[in-house]
Design a protein around this ligand. Sequence first.
Ligand code: ADP
Length: 192
Amino acid sequence: MINVIISGAPGSGKGTQSDLIVKNFRLKHLSTGDMLRNEIAAGTELGKQVEKLVSGGLFVPDSIMIDIIANAIQKVDNSYNGLILDGFPRTVEQAQALETILEQQGKKITVFLDIHVDEAELIERLLKRGQIYGRTDDNLETIKERLKAYSSKTQPISDFYKKKNNYYQIEGNGTIEEIYGKIEDIITACNL
Ligand code: ADP
């Protein structure tokens, strides 16, 4: 069983790398950003509740996110070798709740991947993505809000995983293939 957390600032390439990881290691991809965007697009009660927060680059409350992820993890069937969490945990409180959720299901985190990219590069990537895909949160004002939330609330969870000895920081400024190569080596080594 391989259970991966992929973390990093908005625009660091979590989604892109997750796609490659799930294919090669046969993991279930759980992206909280995708889940929220699907709820918003479908116009569900939850979607309506979170729409303004997401488009403003603000975090959805921990209690809501913890429920969403607990349900999603429970639904992962045995045909997968494990799961990859992309976008969760984003706060120390979420990281602590995740411990309990996994423990209850007899699972644990194999590796925490922290992709590091310079801020100027992040902003450039997100603005470009906004032009191509039109995500409502990929505009300069909201990008700045998301980067602020990342450094104040998400970066502190690194210490939580460093203490568990399964923390790896990855330089995320290269090509997609170069970065994936480093990630593949780490996951393979952690799974021996
Ligand atoms: P990015 O990493 O590029 O910011 P995501 O797709 O992971 O994008 O998330 C988009 C938005 O969804 C976030 O800005 C936030 O509003 C919301 N969100 C996703 N995951 C969480 C979470 N674990 N806790 C709080 N809010 C979240």
